[in-house]
Design a protein around this ligand. Structure first.
Ligand SMILES: Cc1cc2nc3c(=O)[nH]c(=O)nc-3n(C[C@H](O)[C@H](O)[C@H](O)COP(=O)(O)O)c2cc1C
Length: 383
């Protein structure tokens, strides 16, 4: 790991002029660079979401870190997910009274109240970061009253995870289904019995992805078969459960509109963190397409989104287009190297950033943020 880290540090220095930076240089190496490989810094040293990636890269065995970090193919979508936000500059307005902006941080998703306009996206195998795995995510998310979507490939059972939630906390459950409806029915029923208030059906992986980085460590996707995912199947599932079923993995305005036609209550724009179809667009680009071609979508259905969100300002760009809440995947998985405390710290950082960035943008009320706060003509910062 030490060799990997040193090589990575040298490569970062050598290619300082390159446009892509997985973890932008904010000085963490200067302060924590002497830390022994396999050691964790103090969680209080974490000042931004990318710091958790730095800590996990130092601390975890290569296989575990790579499972979280990897993207599909040449990782073009992975990189684009991270870079796309800063292609669109923010247009701050000044001399607005923003002192009550924190009151507008709370939101509803499908009518359920949450304290933050962001959520934990479903991610498999939390045990790769910490032995208590998803229990840490549930404890921290429920303490902060922030939505946690449990992965269908979680290490712990949904019953074990639900058991550690704070009282009266609302969580959702993500599922991958198969052609076996008896097994699917069991999944739906178990989620409901465990207390999930909605199901998330992930539809962006009907085929098995080419995850080259992960394949080298034998930790590629658990989805290995071609799966029939169609609107008819969605309609059938709706009859198999009383829970609302959200679609995760919408990647076009046309499919967002189709979701409305098929009675879907909410969608998550996502390209699976760039882990499935390399070359697929980021959620911000899809949200922008919807905004331009069919803006009524944002009023007719709840639109959530994830992918590459690392800063409060990323979240604000999505929200400016009409996205109600944004998901965090890798940053949370990385923060779990510190256990519950790390996940809590990641949530706290994101809360503070969204609130303060909104204030600095001149947004007095997050419910009223709109597209005018962003310059949608791509800038030339990287050209
Ligand atoms: C390690 C890992 C495991 C994931 N497992 C799942 C999963 O089980 N189900 C799912 O719908 N999405 C899964 N995803 C995708 C996330 O839900 C989410 O869409 C993505 O991570 C968001 O991008 P970000 O990591 O850049 O925040 C996974 C992502 C990662 C990084």
């Amino acid at each position: 790991m030490r060799t990997t880290f040193v090589t990575a540090a040298l490569a970062t220095a050598a290619f300082a002029a390159r446009s892509f930076l997985d973890e932008p240089d904010t000085g963490i190496d200067d302060v924590l660079g002497d830390l022994e490989v396999g050691q964790l810094p103090n969680v209080t040293e974490m000042v931004g979401l990318n710091d958790f990636q730095w800590a996990a890269r130092h601390y975890l065995p290569g296989k575990n870190y790579t499972y979280y970090r990897n993207g599909a193919g040449g990782e073009w979508s992975y990189r684009n997910n991270l870079e796309v936000y800063n292609r669109y500059s923010l247009k701050a307005r000044v001399l607005n009274d923003i002192t009550n902006v924190e009151d507008s941080m709370s939101t509803t998703i499908l009518g359920f109240n949450f304290s933050n306009p962001f959520f934990i996206s479903p991610c498999a195998r939390a045990d790769y970061a910490h032995p208590d795995a998803e229990l840490n995510l549930m404890k921290a998310a429920s303490a902060a009253d922030t939505l946690y979507i449990i992965s269908g490939f979680a290490t712990k059972s949904i019953e074990e995870i639900a058991a550690v939630a704070a009282e009266n906390y609302t969580f959702f459950s993500q599922l991958y289904t198969t052609s076996n409806d008896t097994a699917n029915q069991i999944l739906f029923d178990r989620s409901e019995a465990a207390g999930a208030k909605a199901l998330i059906w992930s539809i962006d992986a009907p085929g098995s992805p080419s995850r080259q980085r992960a394949s080298r460590y034998g930790v590629t996707s658990a989805v290995t078969k071609l799966t029939r995912l169609t609107w008819d199947v969605y309609a059938k599932y709706q009859k198999m459960t009383t829970l609302p079923i959200i679609l995760k993995g919408i990647q076009s305005a046309a499919d967002a509109r189709a979701a409305i036609k098929h009675g879907v209550p909410a969608i998550i724009l996502s390209n699976h963190g760039g882990r499935n179809l390399d070359g697929s667009r980021s959620s911000l680009e899809v949200a922008l397409e919807i905004y331009k071609e069919d803006p009524a979508v944002f009023r007719e259905i709840e639109v959530l989104a994830d992918g590459g969100v690392r800063y409060g300002t990323d979240a604000l760009r999505l929200m400016a287009l009409g996205v109600k809440a944004v998901g965090l995947g890798r940053p949370i998985m990385f923060s779990n190297v510190f256990g519950e405390e790390g996940v809590a710290k990641a949530i706290e950082i994101m809360h503070s950033e969204v609130m303060n960035d909104a204030a600095n943008l001149g947004v007095a009320d997050l419910k009223k943020i709109n597209a005018e706060f962003v310059d949608w003509t791509p800038n030339n910062w990287y050209s």
